[in-house]
Design a protein. Structure first.
Length: 210
């Protein structure tokens, strides 16, 4: 029997994850069955179960993949001296995250923002998924904290602000932007960039820098 290449295995895994993402974004986790996923990806049960044992593992894999790629991007930025400014960094990371999943569409709209909201909802019922999400967010917060420390060392940001406070605020802005896309429709990441840039231009006395 011919050996299956790693490229083929990776492509099949990608096919299953993307199909499951569309199903979950469309109907939610509880209303989606494994039969729905099999139909979406047009594969046999044996082909899918070779990679994932069921819905729970699929959900965990999707969440871990997204948070892992985001964490890696911010950790890379933290190693730069100084790190890219917040408006540019957020735009770059969020833009790449959305672009990597732009082919996933539900009812003519991007599936990823809807999927994110579905994940949040599911964490209220699923402690294992909640643990994965908490771990992922903690790692992203830690990376953002390192970025803020880089800003402070470079004199780009006040030194009397706790790095974790800034980290949580930046994560909140991104999550809020994604939630808005789920509720109100797609918007280019430049909207978030320009909004952050405008806020960054304000001084404590209310005047505008530059």
């Amino acid at each position: 029997m011919a050996r299956v290449s790693q490229e083929h295995l990776d492509a099949r895994r990608r096919q299953i994850l993307d199909g499951a993402s569309i199903c979950f974004a469309r109907n939610g986790f509880h209303a989606t069955s494994m039969q729905d996923v099999l139909k979406e990806v047009d594969l046999s049960a044996g082909a899918v179960y070779r990679y994932f044992s069921g819905k729970e593992e699929l959900i965990g894999a999707i969440v871990s993949e997204v948070l892992g790629s985001v964490r890696a991007a911010f950790e890379e930025a933290a190693r730069q001296t100084p790190p890219p400014p917040p408006d540019e960094l957020v735009t770059s990371v969020l833009g790449r995250t959305l672009a990597a999943r732009e082919s996933l569409v539900v009812d003519g709209r991007p599936a990823f923002p809807r999927l994110v909201v579905q994940v949040w909802t599911e964490t209220l019922r699923n402690e294992e998924l909640a643990a994965i999400l908490r771990e992922g967010y903690l790692s992203v917060r830690a990376a953002w904290g390192q970025i803020v420390e880089g800003y402070q060392k470079a004199g780009m940001m006040r030194a009397d602000v706790a790095p974790d406070d800034v980290a949580r605020t930046m994560i909140a802005s991104v999550l809020g932007f994604i939630a808005q896309q789920s509720l109100f429709g797609p918007a280019p990441v430049e909207v978030l960039r320009d909004g952050l840039r405008a806020l960054m231009s304000m001084r404590d006395d209310g005047s505008v820098t530059g």
